[in-house]
Design a protein. Structure first.
Length: 299
């Protein structure tokens, strides 16, 4: 009978175990081309809005050709045609992006800050604080959004500031609910309980332990909120309660061209397509960020 030394026997056993273990290939996350295209469109729109004053475009208020001219390749200003007053549609789309993006970003950011603060306080302290915050959020959600925006526009002078106030009030309840639910999820974790047992106060627990885990979920939700705010701003401008002329906005451009849609459909279709692509890209970006950074989907 063959005898094996202890070291040789151990080496043979280890080699057998390594050979018997299955080899699992590394799973790589599939990257969607649609997501890359969405990010590319958003980068292009943001860059055009930021660089509108230095781009070789005519003023959005000055006619550059005959009214309702179809899109063509004669010049950059006439690339997308002209509106009913002969103004460049390309120029008005670029300057209209400033209004839509500013309203969406600022109103979404303010709503996120206010809603997160209230929602985290409700989820952390509970009791009467939670009851009051939930009551306020439910009351705000029960009020019809369009009626609230129309009422503010009718009482106050239509302007960017009025839009920001109204749209911020619309998104605060959504962030309250999301931040409260996420806070309740993390409040019972071991590291939060350990921090409390070590004598950490409410402020430290909220800012050092809970907030870093709440922010990824909220950050992934912001692009979706911005998309909804852009649609809301466009709806108000279409109804004549948004940005006053001659300042262009995408919704206002659609409203100005609706009477000529039969003869010159490009006046309405081009700003409509810009709104659609921007909102679609923001929704794609929100879904991508949520799956990438939201830890509640994996924990």
């Amino acid at each position: 009978m063959t005898q094996y030394a202890p070291k040789a026997l151990a080496d043979a056993t280890a080699e057998h175990r390594v050979a018997a273990d299955p080899v699992v290939a590394t799973v790589r996350a599939r990257r969607s081309l649609l997501v890359y295209l969405s990010y590319g469109w958003l980068v292009m729109v943001i860059a055009a809005a930021l660089l509108a004053d230095v781009l070789p475009l005519a003023s959005y208020a000055v006619p550059v050709g005959p009214p309702r001219q179809a899109p063509g390749f004669g010049s950059l200003d006439l690339l997308l045609g002209t509106d009913g007053q002969g103004r460049s549609i390309l120029s008005r789309c670029v300057y209209g992006a400033q209004v839509s993006l500013v309203v969406g970003a600022v109103a979404g950011g303010l709503g996120a800050v206010v809603g997160t603060a209230l929602g985290m306080s409700a989820g952390h302290f509970g009791g009467r604080c939670d009851a009051v915050v939930r009551l306020v959020a439910d009351a705000m959600l029960a009020f019809p959004p369009l009626v609230l925006l129309l009422a503010l526009s009718a009482i106050l002078t239509p302007s960017v500031r009025t839009l920001l106030v109204g749209l911020t009030l619309l998104v605060v309840p959504s962030f309250i609910r999301l931040s409260r639910a996420t806070t309740l999820t993390w409040e019972g974790r071991d590291f939060v309980l350990a921090a409390r047992n070590m004598g950490a106060g409410h402020r430290r627990v909220l800012t050092r332990e809970v907030l870093p885990n709440v922010l990824p979920s909220l950050g992934a939700y912001v692009p979706v909120v911005m998309a909804a705010l852009i649609v809301a701003e466009g709806s108000l401008s279409f109804l004549g309660m948004g940005i006053p002329p001659p300042r262009p906005s995408w919704g206002g451009m659609i409203a100005e061209g609706k009477d000529a849609i039969a003869d010159s459909p490009h006046i309405v279709l081009i700003p409509s397509l810009v709104i659609f692509l921007t909102v679609f890209a923001l929704n794609q970006a929100g879904d991508h960020l949520r799956h990438r950074f939201d830890r509640t989907l994996r924990d």
